[in-house]
Design a protein around this ligand. Structure first.
Ligand code: G4P
Length: 607
């Protein structure tokens, strides 16, 4: 088996074997200590014993992608098909299987299985030819955009999946905005061509008009719905005609040079479609821009593919091109010490290992109350047993045991490279926070923090049964907050024993918290909502004392009636509002100088 299928969410991994269609697979990469090998006190070392630089060929062969789409566009199905092509599984799990009680490979958590939605992001790793693909699945539901954003921060490419029958949908728009913030190269796959679809020209127009992207056509559909026959591969000028295989199997494909018109006509078997294809082919050459690698890499152009994930049509040419065009592990911006400092980049080719935590997940394995921190390797080579520094605390850590779990069996990873995601055991959920950097070199490394989304739902989390275990409640709250599932606020002036005031981007996040508190910590809880819908941080760049002074002055002037005063975990003022009108009024009042921001990065000196 040439694959590591690594689910960031759960220890459940489905592996396929020769005889079995789809069995549970999972990988958890647990990294911990071993004797430190290089200098315990690097400053006293006169010579470097071993470089932590990653070999160029390992960096070159890595491709990292996150799929963004509206729910139901076919993300899970496409993921399955990509795994199928990577020989990661031998038959697609098929989404249909969920209805029969079997899950598809990329949906893991209990609620995901029950509701058939993707809540948490998943990372699946597979080999494809000479490349290694790290495929990050992202939640499609709007309420989990924050999680998606974090995942995108760890990805080097985005694949925007569009339902060919519906075109761009609200969540595609929102997530595209997120990808654009990260300036990721975007590959577009227009799916479900085996159903009646919009004209491909209309889809291109929508993408260009709404996202301001140039669209480079890379494959083009031949028919749609029942007449869907396959795709024209623009680069090779070949027609790919598909015959569906048995459910879950790869489709069989016949490739014909377009120049062999008679063979194309015979294979398509529909005069009208053949004429349409000829016309479209000319129009593509005349009206659409050629692929420009530079524009693609900077997110100004998208490469567009058409197909049907379910019938496995058009997936292979898309994957092949993604491998050749997709960005290799990209440098990451380092955090400047002062706002005016120039932003430096850390390249994957650096001499030292460095990476950052972009995601946390508690209770991957319900039997072991573990918490996993997922680290995107940015630079250098991770080696089992290596010594690193936890940048935020300055604490030395030795990463000794890198375990990879397939179902119940354990395997050990020896090394990992830029673009890879490794899972570190986060003891008692306490050591790592999202955004934490790890580095092997003597010089401290800090990356640009991952911005958050502005929360829109607020409520107190309370145990709903008298006599509930305070300890379990606290532990659950701490771990779920560490994961970044929701944010914690506190009413200004309230005591420490107060039930936590949670802030979420969407309602479903609250439901997940309540569900997990019960399922994973055994504490039945309820959320008592407070009727505010907008949060604004006031002067978050100032010290909390100075920021509160600004707020108190505005309050003294009677400008903040009806506002709920809360503070975040850094004691900074967070104002909650019931309507946008008040926010607009305050934002436009230069005299008050409240400096309202929809979200705030952790302070540079955050503990
Ligand atoms: P998501 O992860 O983006 O939410 O989408 P998912 O893959 O779960 O697919 C959503 C629905 O769309 C599923 O149907 C799936 O079978 C269907 N689908 C995905 N790709 C294609 C495609 O290329 N063509 C067609 N015709 N359908 C596709 P469902 O009815 O929800 O489930 P099921 O009954 O098919 O299992």
């Amino acid at each position: 088996m040439n694959v590591n299928q690594f689910n960031v969410q759960s220890l459940e991994v489905w592996l396929s074997t020769d005889s079995m269609m789809l069995t549970k697979f999972a990988i958890a990469l647990l990294v911990s200590a071993q004797a430190l090998r290089l200098a315990q006190k690097p400053s006293r070392c006169s010579t470097r014993l071993q470089s932590n630089a990653a070999p160029a060929e390992e960096i070159e062969r890595r491709r990292n992608l996150a799929i963004i789409s509206h729910p139901d566009a076919g993300k899970t199905t496409l993921t399955e098909k990509l795994l199928l092509y990577g020989d990661a599984i031998q038959q697609a799990g098929m989404v249909k299987a969920r209805a029969n009680g079997r899950s598809s490979t990329s949906d893991f958590l209990k609620m995901e299985r029950e509701r058939g939605i993707s809540i948490s992001s998943t990372c699946l790793t597979f080999e494809y030819g000479a490349s290694r693909v790290n495929l990050m699945d992202t939640p499609g539901h709007a309420d989990f955009s924050e999680d998606t954003y974090r995942t995108l921060s760890a990805a080097d490419n985005a694949v925007m999946l569009v339902d060919g029958g519906k075109g761009l949908e609200p969540q595609t728009r929102k997530l595209f905005g997120v990808a654009q913030r990260s300036r990721l190269p975007v590959f577009t796959f227009v799916n479900k061509l085996d159903r009646p679809a919009m004209s491909p020209w209309e889809v291109l127009d929508e993408i260009a008009a709404e996202f301001g992207l140039e669209t480079a056509v890379r494959t083009w559909p031949i028919g749609d719905g029942e007449r869907f026959r396959g795709v024209l591969d623009v680069e090779s000028d070949q027609v790919w005609i598909y015959e569906r295989g048995a459910r879950g199997d790869k489709a069989s494909v016949t490739k014909i040079d377009y120049a062999d018109e008679a063979a194309v006509a015979a294979a398509v078997g529909d005069e009208e479609l053949v004429a349409q294809l000829a016309e479209d082919r000319e129009m593509i050459a005349e009206l659409t821009p050629a692929l420009d690698d530079e524009l693609l890499k900077t997110g100004a152009m998208t490469a567009v593919y058409f197909g049907s994930a379910m019938s496995d049509a058009g997936v292979e040419p898309f994957l092949d091109e993604f491998i050749s065009l997709g960005s290799r592990p990209a440098p990451r911006t380092l955090r400047a010490r002062k706002a005016e400092d120039e932003r430096r980049q850390l390249a994957p080719t650096g001499d030292e290992f460095a990476g950052y935590v972009f995601k946390m997940q508690a209770n991957l394995d319900p039997k072991h109350r573990d918490c996993m921190a997922y680290v995107r390797i940015v630079s250098g080579k991770f080696t089992k047993g290596m010594k690193v520094t936890h940048a935020r605390t300055g604490r030395p850590l030795t990463l000794a045991t890198a375990a990879m779990l397939f179902g119940s069996g354990k395997d050990t990873i020896q090394d990992a490279f830029p673009g890879d995601i490794i899972g570190l055991n986060n003891p008692a959920g306490g050591l790592f926070q999202i955004g934490d950097a790890l580095h092997s070199g003597a010089a401290a490394v800090a990356f640009e923090p991952i911005p958050s989304f502005s929360p829109e739902c607020f409520g107190y989390l309370r145990p709903s049964e008298v006599g509930a275990s305070k300890k379990s409640f606290q532990k659950g709250v701490d771990q779920l907050l560490a994961e970044g599932a929701v944010q914690r606020l506190k009413q200004r002036g309230s005591g420490d024993g107060e039930d936590p005031l949670l802030a979420a981007v969407g309602e479903l996040q609250f439901e997940v918290v309540v569900d997990r508190m019960q399922g994973e910590y055994g504490v039945a809880c309820a959320i008592e909502r407070v009727s505010y819908t907008i949060a604004r941080w006031a002067q978050p760049e100032l010290s909390p004392e100075d920021a509160w002074a600004v707020v108190d002055r505005a309050r003294g002037e009677g400008a903040l009636t009806g506002v709920f005063f809360a503070e975040d975990v850094f004691q900074r003022p967070v104002l909650l509002f019931r309507n946008q009108f008040t926010v607009d009024r305050l934002e436009n009042d230069a005299d008050l100088d409240l400096g309202l921001k929809p979200w705030a990065l952790p302070p540079a000196n955050a503990p």
